[in-house]
Design a binder for this molecule. Sequence first.
Ligand code: TYD
Ligand code: MG
Length: 464
Amino acid sequence: MAKLKTMYFCQSCGAQSAKWIGRCPSCGEWNTYVEEVIQKEDTQAAGSWKTPASTVPGGQGKAARPKVINDIAIEDEPRYDTLDGELNRVLGGGLVPGSLVLIGGEPGIGKSTLMLQIAMKLRHLKVLYISGEESESQIKMRAERLGEQHPQLYILTETNTQNIFKQIDTLQPNLVVVDSIQTMHSQLVESGAGSVSQVRECTAELLKFAKETSVPVLLIGHITKDGSIAGPKILEHMVDTVLQFEGDRHLSYRILRTTKNRFGSTSELGIYEMQGDGLREVSNPSEILLSQRAESLSGMAIGATLEGNRPLLVEVQALVTPATYGTPQRSATGFDAKRLQMLLAVLEKRSGLRLGQHDVFLNIAGGLRLDDPALDAAVCAAVVSSLNDLPIPGTVCLAAEVGLSGEIRAVSRLDQRLAEAEKLGFKEMYVSEFNGKNLGQGTHSGMRVQAVSRLDAVLAGLFG
Ligand code: TYD
Ligand code: MG
């Protein structure tokens, strides 16, 4: 029996120390050190993932040597098509062999459902779904809700990583799903499942497995109250891709967002709808985001935004009411509150609106969080529409940034925004004069493009 040893770990960043410290020297957080029992270092490795030397690139034990960058051949490994358009998009075009992907999200948001659904779609691959959270029959019940059975989908309810690797070794799967990293534990570390050192050790073992065998591993991770992935921050550094699955649990829409991706852009977004039989891909999100408009109401404006490479038309809702208390309230959901303050100041100073005695509430419909400056004009329009109780016609949308002097600034990729708006039946779009100049002639024949240079001109055009 190896001698037991304890260490203190920072629950926030994973830094370790031999004695307790009040403030973590590495991340600066207070009171985050927790004592955990670990085993002596020299007994590590025994029983963790070990591959035969032949399968390791370059052979084991061979020290790496520097190479001229021009001489390095790119191993053109094709990505796995996950057969899910939204997931492919956020991964940057499919699953890279040997990658470790972490999917985080609140309890009940649908992480297990999404992963099982992906696993079930990949009928040409041998998939191992490891669950430390649910029993075999619970998983089977969920799988029945999701539809057709997969001939090569294996379920393993196990939390011990040594046993897991033993099973992987005999099964030789092409894809591994782990639900969830916080329930896994490794024999090499004594502390309980979910502790910093366990999460770190299990992730390290899975990472080693993924890199050495080129089998992609999808990891589900819990998140803490403040929305970050539970466990040490280094967990996010270790994995290749971090996806966040989010949404309002009371609404059926779910958003899959990339927060880190070594193999693609982090600005991509996938949208799903939770239904009775699993998650449905929403390939045309603007339609659902706009579908609840029956008639033109005041306080609503449509903005043409871009999320990643994807044009989206979203409804910006504002409510402006006389303030009942001394200090007027300003609150924004789905939009940066500071930016709202700034736009209100611009409206007050440059367009002479009296907003100082009004509460202003702003909401981006559909539970999206957006930070595209091209929404500025729509935000201003919604605020003025609510203030004056004048609706904006339902065929009008806006895509422009508002500057501090009330000028209307150009936005990127206007063509895409225009094309999306036209597809959805909009007739008129307010854009910056500078964007207007560069527009190709005749390409957007169905749309009337209103190229303006000042916010006043937008407001005059909309409200007369
Ligand atoms: P789940 O995948 O268990 O969430 P997580 O793993 O993130 O904790 O999803 C649970 C929720 O999804 C549950 O409240 C029920 C709902 N759900 C559906 O609406 N339709 C379905 O087909 C399935 C499988 C689940
Ligand atoms: Mg789950």
